[in-house]
Design a protein around this ligand. Structure first.
Ligand SMILES: Cc1cc2nc3c(=O)[nH]c(=O)nc-3n(C[C@H](O)[C@H](O)[C@H](O)COP(=O)(O)OP(=O)(O)OC[C@H]3O[C@@H](n4cnc5c(N)ncnc54)[C@H](O)[C@@H]3O)c2cc1C
Length: 391
């Protein structure tokens, strides 16, 4: 193991762990400081575009992930009010030929598990739980990280992969809290045999309705169905205090096709996720500190690319560190330069996709009209994204 002093990574989510793995494979020693008492992920699904698979290969974890991946035959967009299909992206031979890799879905715990196993097996990586970063001090030749438990760690640099509410970002950019979108998400994973309408079970399906949508796809060898319902709360838009609760969820789906309303049964009511994002802001890098993943470019989930971007970030960051030797300042600046426009485009496009999914009235009619003219073998809207990056 070479590479001088350790690099500190705040945050052991998908982004932070991939950064640790990528840097360690490039010969650096890395220490991951995770706030939670245990490293882990929530028990729901996640989609991985074709741009991710070559990154997983670079990280040496593609084979470990493969047994957990499920490959849908298509991404189907259906109208939530009628249940009818509007358009699709076929994920078969033409898709594979165009992008070189397939689209897959996976249980988050299986993905995170494979990444953390690879980190644990690497002698260059130290993983520390219950180490919430409170603040840091960049002293030019090193960075001191101060943790919630009163301890300090010293490293050559700090990567803030500490998510949406990143304290690292607060110090580097200082642009206040993220924007609350007023969108609320309910999730559920249920045995696949419990699903009444299984007519589209081999696909990843989005039912788009007025200010709402519902996503369904199978995980874990097809044995369980992942269900995600999102509402763009009208009560939130009106400034009401009880916005986004289970009663509003039911109320907003009332206009949907009975099959879609039935699918609402598969999401839990005990917990919801309140969506936030930010507009693109450059300046993720300051001296020996940089940001990665949601800390750098939090986005709405409507392109299903937040974690994909974090994984790409990790691989590019390590490539820049390798290219610039021990000059981490230059490496971090080059990393940001390379990542900013792509991630900014995803942030902005994700917002626009949300508006398209949630369209009502004339906008819904226009969406459905344009969808009917699409070529299912050419996903023009996301071609730039799925083509991935060159390293
Ligand atoms: C409903 C929904 C669906 C989504 N679907 C997809 C999808 O299909 N595909 C996709 O690619 N993306 C998807 N995303 C986005 C994706 O989940 C995130 O973009 C991704 O998890 C970000 O990873 P991260 O490592 O940057 O941040 P996080 O996953 O938030 O990890 C941050 C880590 O830092 C830790 N932490 C926080 N504060 C501190 C601190 N002070 N010190 C140390 N550690 C700290 C946290 O405990 C956590 O472990 C979805 C998001 C949502 C909300």
């Amino acid at each position: 193991m070479s590479g001088g002093a350790e690099i500190l990574v705040a945050g052991g989510g998908i982004g932070g762990l991939c950064a640790a793995l990528a840097l360690a494979r490039a010969g650096r020693r890395v220490r991951v400081l995770e706030k939670a008492a245990e490293f882990g992920e929530i028990g729901y699904g996640i989609q991985m575009g074709p741009n991710v698979r070559p990154m997983l290969e670079r990280l040496g974890i593609a084979d470990a992930i493969e047994p957990h991946a499920v490959y849908p035959d298509a991404l189907v967009l259906a109208d939530g009010l009628t249940g009818g299909e509007l358009t699709r992206i076929d994920l078969g031979a033409a898709f594979l030929a165009r992008y070189g890799y397939r689209y897959f879905v996976i249980h988050r715990r299986d993905l995170h598990g494979a990444i953390i196993e690879a980190c644990r097996a690497h002698p260059g990586i130290a993983l520390e739980a219950s180490k919430g970063l409170v603040r840091f001090d960049d002293r030019g030749d090193r960075v001191i990280a101060f943790c919630e438990d009163g301890t300090q760690c010293e490293g050559a640099a700090l990567i803030g992969a500490d998510g949406l509410w990143s304290p690292t970002r607060a110090a580097v950019i200082g642009d206040g809290p993220p924007r609350m979108a007023g969108h609320f998400v309910y999730r559920g994973v249920v045995p696949a045999e419990n699903i009444v309408d299984r007519s589209r079970q081999d696909s990843m399906v989005i039912y788009a309705g007025p200010n709402l949508h519902l996503v369904q796809y199978r995980l874990r060898g097809g044995t369980v169905m992942n269900n995600v319902a999102t509402i763009a709360s009208r009560r939130h838009a009106r400034g009401e205090r009880d916005a986004g609760g289970p009663d509003e969820l039911e109320e907003m789906f009332e206009r949907c096709d009975p099959r879609v309303r039935q699918m609402l049964r598969y999401v839990g009511r005990d917990r919801n996720w309140v969506l936030h994002d930010r507009p693109p802001v450059p300046g993720w890098t300051k001296g020996n500190v940089t940001l990665l993943g949601d800390a750098a470019h939090p986005m709405l989930q409507y392109l299903a690319q937040g974690a994909c971007m974090a994984i790409e970030d990790a691989v590019v960051l390590a490539a820049k560190v390798s290219a610039h030797g021990n000059d981490l300042n230059r490496a971090f600046a080059a990393y940001q330069q390379e990542r900013f426009y792509r991630t900014a485009r995803v942030q902005i496009t994700a917002r626009a996709f949300g508006d398209i999914l949630h369209a009502d009235g004339g906008a819904r009619e226009l969406r459905n009209h344009l969808c009917a003219q699409r070529d299912p073998d050419f996903p023009a809207e996301v071609d730039w994204l799925y083509r991935g990056i060159t390293l």
